[in-house]
Design a binder for this molecule. Structure first.
Ligand code: FPP
Ligand code: MG
Ligand code: MG
Length: 385
């Protein structure tokens, strides 16, 4: 059957919630050390896209006030009673009444804890950007001079750590071990993704071009999950956890919905980073941060370059393996990517992740919020900055 086009604007659906986001975050970043106070708030002065908090808030709305056992697959029902290894924290939730306090839900279905999660997730994201701009030697971010340019590398690293510390306090106050575990795992994943990116040498035990490129592509996608999709997928899952679905007797329903949220976030996150990597090759892009080959200047071969490697062979591969270090490499590689199918193939791959994100969404009940999450898919594919 023909599906009607989605017309809702995801950012409008959570507009009211997002309004308070930056103010609340800043309230949690106060310090009597002037430098820390200013620097930890610095990236919150310019408007960000707020993709991660938007997903958290929409996922909260999309899973609020569900009928009991919504769509719970038969094979999951009773798995709880049959599985001696089911975690005790799920069997006997540490504080179910806290999660289930429906009277706390706002008119839009969002709980105060879920709003707080949106803030925590944005703080972790910004902490990672502070560290990233040191690592990448970036001179701009969000259309302004980057924190390291303004305040130096040392203070920028400390500000990122300070943000993580304050976010941890806020996380503890959610009183959910399940959510703490998800968020903690994500922070470790971010770091692991960055180290894997740093360690990439494009070595292979094979001499076959397709095999060598396939292996590099697998590592690239695994790294992309860690550095970008992990935060989005884990926070989408955590939003559902805090909503109280799946507590005690509804465990199977909860797992079903949490998995759907996770799969949505994972696939959307992969697409988001692929488009980000594509925009680095788009000459006209006004990104508010370094673009136009910035990744290659850092020695990084992202999807467009890897596709060009498979298509053109050694001409491209040699430069990738020496991390574009010889004079003229970045220019030459850019030209090769442009004449290859690397960019359209990257867009196609991003679109295939978006398709998976949409089918994950369709495991949730139909609602305006779900439509908003679907509209977000299109925005991620079409974004120009
Ligand atoms: C942006 O990627 C950066 C990330 C997605 C993650 C960075 C993570 C770290 C530096 C590890 C430390 C983490 C914490 C939580 C302190 P990019 O450089 O490809 O994108 P850009 O173009 O936005 O700079
Ligand atoms: Mg980086
Ligand atoms: Mg960077």
């Amino acid at each position: 059957k023909a599906s009607s086009p989605i017309t809702v604007d995801p950012f409008t659906l959570v507009g009211k919630e997002l309004k308070g986001l930056t103010t609340n975050i800043k309230m949690n970043l106060g310090s009597n050390l002037r430098q820390l106070d200013t620097l930890s708030k610095y990236y919150f002065e310019a408007p960000g896209k707020h993709l991660r908090p938007t997903i958290v808030l929409l996922m909260a709305q999309a899973t609020a006030n569900l009928s009991p056992h919504y769509n719970t697959p038969k094979h999951l029902i009773n798995v709880l009673v049959n599985d001696p290894l089911a975690p005790q924290s799920i069997l006997h939730d540490t504080n179910p009444s806290f999660h289930n306090d429906i009277s706390q839900r706002g008119q839009d279905g969002v709980l105060p804890t879920q709003r707080r999660l949106a803030e925590i997730v944005e703080m972790i994201h910004v902490a990672s950007l502070l560290h990233d701009d040191v690592v990448d030697d970036a001179d701009t971010r969000r259309g302004a001079p980057s924190a390291p340019v303004h305040f130096g590398n040392k203070l920028t690293i400390f500000a990122g750590d300070f943000l993580l510390g304050r976010a941890s306090i806020m996380l503890a106050r959610l009183r959910s071990l399940e959510v703490a575990e998800l968020v903690g795992a994500t922070i470790a994943n971010l770091v692991q993704g960055e180290v894997e990116q740093l360690n990439e040498t494009y070595q292979s035990s094979s001499n076959d071009l397709n095999t060598v490129v396939d292996e590099a592509f697998q590592r690239y996608l695994a790294k992309t999950y860690l550095k970008t999709a992990s935060l989005i997928s884990h926070s989408a899952r955590a939003a559902v956890c805090l909503g109280g679905v799946g507590v005690n007797e509804n465990w199977a329903q909860g797992e079903y919905l949490k998995d759907a949220a996770y799969d949505y976030g994972r696939n959307l996150g992969m697409a988001f980073q692929l488009v980000d990597d594509l925009l680095d090759y788009t000459p006209s892009a006004d990104l508010g941060k370094p673009g136009e080959g910035a990744d290659m200047q850092l020695g990084l071969a992202t999807a467009p370059a890897l596709f060009a490697w498979r298509e053109l062979g050694d001409e491209m591969g040699t430069m990738i393996k020496r991390k574009f270090k010889h004079p003229g490499d970045v220019q030459n590689a850019k030209a090769l990517v442009a004449k290859s199918n690397g960019m359209p193939k990257t867009a196609e791959l991003a679109a295939s992740y978006i398709d998976k994100a949409k089918s994950a969404l369709h495991r949730l009940p139909k609602s305006d919020a779900r439509d908003g999450l679907e509209a977000l898919c299109l925005k991620v594919l079409d974004r120009v900055k």
